[in-house]
Design a protein around this ligand. Structure first.
Ligand SMILES: *Cc1c(COP(=O)(O)O)cnc(C)c1O
Length: 448
């Protein structure tokens, strides 16, 4: 496979951009990333003309794949040609807001911003402003974008910034606990209950191993936050309009948070974020309330049109059925391959998300009778239950050089593009086909 053009472009990029990229994870591929020329359906074609089955799908936003349906394209083109933006309100913002309010249980009102990061920044500020408290609880292995309040590592006793450039004093307001650990959360609320503004979590950890909640965990979070007057924030930037379809993960799990952050799919492939929730809380945003929040590009008409038409298309077609069915087929096929070739590995994912995590322990090839074949669901009756990652620490223990140095490249050589690091989810789109799935399973068989 020839990558001359990508190499040349990377060389140029390195001279003018740090690491040659505009987002850190893109450079994870060694020795250099593939530069994309264009997308076609469920495939991408790189700068050298190589064609791949693309499971990166923009890292989440491209529910419909690379070829947008007529209605979506028309809306984008019309909105763009009429003038891209105004700094004044437009009707399409209301249309998309109404759509979200109609479909997502927790959302009575919503504010649109320009990225998932901006959404979580604003949600944290809102939670603090609303409750008058400072502390935010997050999960190990959770990801909420590149922002000061959540780029924190260490435990609740010793929180410290996980990035240079963030004052230690910021990190002190962030408490990090293991996902799926009710005891740790209970202890934390016993010590700090009065100071906690919010617990913010992805309903499923989607950026780090696709960790499913154990039965009852999200319900537990709902109860303990209610008990202590803290807000429950679901970061549905990944799961939103994906897990549980248009009702999002909160309707799938039947747990309604106070606030929800959105991004990715909701902008139909354009930069977007949003914070939705109970009207009484959202109204604390300026200009009604005293929590300042603003943005030149917020509610951008082209993004709003793309998001609205994408979601409307999904409402009127079998989009979620299609991506969930292919997701099931992938996870079931991967479970069979893994049982055969690498019985310690864990197949994870749900809906249209999938990944194989290179865990090092399991019940052994003979103990796999009756395991969750559609990806780990944290079912206590499953033979793999004790071995499936439950939190960020478990995921970290599955890290291996093999994935990065050998496995990813072997998949790529077979024309299959997986997400750039070993724990970030891969996504099925409406444009993917049965043939893409079969080709991918064959490639896994070779590469695992
Ligand atoms: C992608 C992501 C973010 C950050 O969104 P950006 O648009 O990249 O800023 C936040 N939270 C979760 C759960 C995400 O997956």
């Amino acid at each position: 496979m020839n990558h001359e053009h990508s190499r040349t472009l990377y060389d140029r990029a390195l001279s003018v951009m740090p690491g040659g990229v505009n987002s850190a994870v893109r450079a994870a591929v060694e020795p250099y990333p593939l530069f994309v020329r264009k997308g076609v359906g469920g495939h991408v074609i790189d700068a050298d003309g190589n064609r791949f089955v693309d499971w990166v799908m923009g890292l989440g936003p491209l529910l419909l794949g690379h070829d947008l349906p007529e209605s979506v394209q028309a809306a984008i083109q019309r909105t763009t040609s009429e003038g891209p933006m105004y700094g004044m309100p437009t009707e399409v913002e209301i249309d998309l807001a109404e759509f979200v309010v109609r479909h997502v249980p927790s959302v009575e009102k919503i504010r649109f911003v320009n990225s998932g990061t901006e959404a979580t920044v604003s949600a944290v500020r809102l939670a603090r402003g609303y409750t008058g408290r400072n502390k935010i609880v997050i999960m190990e292995g959770g990801y909420h974008g590149a922002q000061e309040s959540t780029l924190v590592e260490g435990d609740t006793e010793n929180p410290r910034p996980s990035s240079a450039g963030i004052p230690q004093s910021f990190a002190e307001h962030t408490l990090r606990v293991p996902f799926n650990d009710a005891e740790a959360m209970t202890a934390l609320f016993e010590d700090h209950g009065e100071e906690i503004a919010a617990v913010m979590t992805e309903p499923i950890l989607g950026n780090y191993g696709i960790v499913h909640p154990v039965p009852g965990y999200l319900e537990f979070l709902r109860e303990i936050t209610d008990e202590h007057g803290a807000l429950l924030v679901f970061d549905e930037v990944i799961t939103g309009f994906r897990v549980g379809g248009l009702g999002c993960a909160q309707s799938h799990f039947g747990v309604t948070p106070d606030l929800t952050t959105f991004g990715k799919i909701i902008g139909g492939g354009f930069p977007v974020g949003a914070i939705g929730g109970r009207a009484e809380i959202i109204e604390h945003f300026a200009p009604v309330g005293d929590v300042f929040q603003a943005g030149t590009f917020s509610g951008h008409p082209v993004t709003m049109a793309a998001g609205l038409e994408t979601l409307q298309f999904a409402a009127e077609h079998d989009v979620h059925e299609h991506v969930h069915a292919l997701g099931d087929r992938l996870r079931e096929g991967l479970s069979e391959i893994v049982a055969d070739q690498a019985p310690n590995y864990t197949v994870v994912g749900t809906a249209d998300m999938f990944k194989v995590v290179f865990t090092r322990e399991g019940p052994g090839a003979n103990g796999l009778e009756g395991v969750c074949s559609g990806g780990c669901r944290q079912d206590p009756d499953c033979a793999r239950y004790d071995y499936c990652p439950k939190n960020g620490g478990d995921v970290t223990r599955a890290e291996t050089e093999r994935w990065r140095r050998l496995f990813w490249g072997r998949m790529k050589e077979q024309g299959i593009l997986l997400s750039q690091n070993q724990f970030e989810s891969q996504f099925v789109s409406y444009a993917h086909t049965d043939a893409d799935v079969e080709e991918t399973l064959e490639a896994y068989k070779e590469a695992l």
